[in-house]
Design a binder for this molecule. Sequence first.
Ligand SMILES: [Zn+2]
Ligand SMILES: [Zn+2]
Length: 219
Amino acid sequence: MKHGKTACEWCLTECDNDHLQCKKCGGPITVLEPWVLQCGWCSSSNRRDLTTNCNSCGGELPHIPGTPRLPEPPVAPRFLAPGYENRIRYWKNPSFLVGAIFCIFLFPGLCVWPMLIFPLIGLFILRWSIKKSNHKLNALKSGVPTRGIILDVFIDMNQHINNRNPVRIDYEFDTPDGNYTDYVNVWDETNLRRPAGEHLWIVFNPKNPAENNIWPPLS
Ligand SMILES: [Zn+2]
Ligand SMILES: [Zn+2]
């Protein structure tokens, strides 16, 4: 895990990364050491202290942990980094791949009828999976921006994917009907440096807040 070293821009007191303001004078925190963050659109690593957009796909990068959130997201309909949509729908979508594998049993199922149960299950999984990725993509493309607050960031020991545990980020955001709480699993462990109380942008569908995503997405 890479950590940045930070200090106050005004009085140069060295501060902890998880402070949003200087503990001595309240000044803004500046990063002394390089921050490497993964792009939420394509997972490439970037020196976030040198660039605001990914060197690989051009997508907007997340803000450095412990610093104020970015300016408001662009106006909808938003442009998503190239290749992102297909990764979310298919290649980086485990439920889509599982559904597709179940559907392959359609062919033996045509000869051995009881096996038709597998493609049927496959179709259900595919339908659910497409709906889920549409929610995410719709929120990113045309969701309404609102303030989100991180509630907790921790390694989720209950989930293992390829022998790794994801970092789980619990967050809540304002909606016309009150606060809505959700979470996201990410892999970039730099996100563990994001303190509870840190502000983010959430883009969401006011008619269905379950359609929401952090803007820009985290990796
Ligand atoms: Zn200071
Ligand atoms: Zn990228």
